[in-house]
Structures are given as C-alpha cells and as structure tokens.
Design a protein around this ligand. Structure first.
Ligand code: PEP
Ligand code: MN
Length: 370
C-alpha cells in the first residue's frame, strides 16, 4: 500500500509525527518513506510493506497528511502502474524532462577513443540541435583481450568537451560502483559542465549489488537495459531494485534479445514491447537500434535496418533512442560496423521526426475512436 501525502508535507511537523507514530503501531507493517524534491514542490510517499491486506483504505486515507491511498496489487510497487494511480510518469534532470510523453535522442560514441572523435561527434550534435549523447568509458567486453574502455582517464576531457558543445546529459555505462564515484569526482573536478545518465548494461541487469548501490545514489538518473537472456518480468524487477532503493529516475532500455531466431540481426529486435512497458510501468522507454541490429545492412527500399527498427520503436511510442555514431567507423575501437556516419545525423533525426509525427497522429486517432 502506498500513502501519498499532501504536497510539501513538513517532515518535522506535528502532523507528520502523528502519522508516523500511528504507522509504527500497526502490527507486521514496515514503512519506507520516499521523498522527491522537484522545482515546484516536494512530494512524499510512504510505502507500507507487510500485512497490508488487513488495512482499511478509507481509514488510512483520513490519517494526517495523507492525500490518497493506492493499494498495490501487482508487482513493481514503486515503478508499476496501479489502479487509481496517477503518480508521475516523468522526471526532470539537469533542465531536461524525461517522460512517457517525451522523446530524446542520445546519439554518440559506443566507446570513447580519442578526444578528436569525441569533439567531432559533439560538434555535429550541437549543429543539429541535440543536447544529449552517449559516450562509453567503461566497456564490458565478451573477450578479456578486447579494448575495455579508457575508464576514468578520459572523463575530464569528455565532460569539458560536452560542456563546450552544450550537452546536458551523457549516457555512460557503469559496471561497478567505483565507476560512479569516479564520474562524480571528474564532474566536480571539471566544474560540472554537463550531466550524466548512468547506464546499466544488459550483462549487468541482474547485478543486484550494483543495482542497489546505483539506486541509493539520487544524483544521477539511470538507464537500465533489459537483460538479453531473461524474462521481461525479471528485467522489470531489476528496475524496481533501483527504485526500491530510492532512485526513481529510471528509464527502461530495449536492446534486443539473444535468440537464434534473430539471426539476421545481432539480437532479436523487441521494440514491440515499447507500449507494453509503458502500460505496466511508469518508466519512459528507450530503444537501442544499434545493439539490436548490429550492422549497417541496407534494404531494397534503400533504408538501413537500423533506421527501420528505430522508426518501428518510435511509431510504437518510444521515448528515447540510444544510438551509435562514429566520425570514422573503421577506426572505432568498439562496434564500428554498426555505427552511423556523421553525415547521416540530420537524415536520421528527420526520419525520427517523421516516425514521431506518425505516432502522435496514431494517438489522436485512438482518442477520437475511444
Ligand atoms: C552499450 O550500449 O554500449 C552496450 C554495451 O549495450 P548493451 O548493454 O545493451 O549490450
Ligand atoms: Mn556498443
């Protein structure tokens, strides 16, 4: 059960103390307080865990400070959508709003290699009106002898260049809690020129200790990628780990599944699940066409598979696209074969715009026919 308190409830006030004393006396019930401070108001929610079936909704709703009571019947207590639940489906970070109704493109380098390539990428993004990017510094690789990413060494120049080109949010994968500390330190050292969205990759979707640590920090939002060989339910539970530790700025990423049936692509593209995640949870949904398709295969209609699947995800309502670009793919240290080219950036953005417009028209059509 979730108690949603009136906005700006004072946690030091007498009424709040009265409420907490009442909750402490409920048998076999533990409560966990979650507070979210936005630009306009502070929202407080209390999660009641344990024998909540015996609690009476009407009685709970008249307790001091309580505005509304939501009975959580399904899984994903924090991130799920529940009956009568109108909690937000968006969050703000560094001046940007990420929601189930917004769309952001995170085009960039799969792996940071040289400052020159980083700068060429960021400059192109700025010229095309983009304020988000992806830059991999810590790369989990299948082969231990493959390039593992430049790690903390590259962070200062990546952050400074991002600031120079007006980037507000960089998606950066972390595979260990130490990486989060290194990112924090490098941001401070460079004067916080940009923002970071931590990325938990498909190989770490169920790394529960990493999830708990990442959830306990509330500074950076998190993109959690679906595990490539587990059920959707298991991946959504992994997202819930982040939120249950207090960080609800979570975006769920689809990046394809490992199955032989996906043979023509690196992974079996799963973007049909975009609306499903939006229905089950309050998370914005990201698609990653690069790691799904894995190649620059072009079709008889002249369109790359990469662009076909991106459009499919957008037409289904995706909120974010994470995509590999590279100024010189033949020199890329990771995933060159799937990188889009700098000159394709305006074309890619225009193709996305067309797909988004189609999605918006489809929503209007559905409303008119409801
Ligand atoms: C990536 O985005 O660079 C990446 C490694 O993705 P995934 O975890 O989906 O393989
Ligand atoms: Mn990659």
């Amino acid at each position: 059960m979730i108690l949603i308190l009136s906005a700006n409830t004072d946690r030091n006030g007498a009424e709040f103390r009265q409420l907490m004393t009442h909750l402490e006396h409920l048998p076999n019930i533990q409560s966990r307080i979650h507070q979210e401070t936005g630009t306009k108001q502070t929202l407080t929610e209390i999660y009641l865990i344990g024998d909540t079936l015996v609690l009476n909704e009407a009685e709970m709703s008249v307790l001091p400070c309580v505005e509304r009571v939501v009975r959580v019947s399904e899984e994903y207590r924090v991130l799920g959508r529940h009956k009568g639940d109108n909690r937000p489906t968006s969050f703000e970070y560094n001046g940007l709003r990420f929601g189930q109704d917004t769309l952001h493109v995170f085009a960039g380098l799969c792996a940071v290699d040289t400052p020159e390539h980083v700068e060429r990428m960021l400059k192109a993004l700025q010229e095309n009106g983009q304020v988000c990017t992806r830059m991999g510094a810590y790369k989990p690789r299948t082969n231990p002898y493959s390039f593992q990413g430049h790690g903390k060494k590259c962070l200062p120049y990546v952050f400074e260049l991002a600031g120079k080109y007006g980037i507000k949010c960089i998606a950066m994968e972390v595979t260990h809690e130490a990486h989060i500390m290194e990112i924090k330190a490098a941001l401070e050292q460079t004067g916080n020129p940009t923002g970071i969205m931590l990325q938990i990759g498909t190989r770490n979707t169920q790394n529960f200790e990493l999830l708990k640590f990442t959830g306990r920090q509330h500074e950076f939002p998190v993109l959690l990628k679906r595990g490539f060989g587990i059920t959707l339910e298991e991946s959504l539970n992994a997202a819930e780990y982040l939120a249950s530790e207090g960080n609800r700025m979570v975006i769920f990423g689809l990046r394809g599944m490992k199955t032989n049936m996906g043979d023509p692509h690196r992974n079996f593209v799963d973007f049909a699940h975009v609306p499903v995640i939006k229905r089950l949870t309050r998370m914005p949904v990201c698609i990653d066409p690069s790691h799904s398709v894995g190649a620059r295969t072009r079709n008889p209609d002249g369109i790359l598979d990469l662009m076909h699947v991106t459009a499919q995800g957008i037409v289904a309502g995706a909120n974010r696209v994470l995509v590999d670009f590279h100024p010189e793919p033949s020199k890329a240290l990771v995933d060159g074969p799937q990188a889009l080219l700098m000159k394709e950036l305006p074309y890619f953005l225009e193709d996305i715009r067309i797909a988004r417009e189609a999605y918006e028209k489809r929503v209007k059509l559905a409303q008119a026919n409801a």
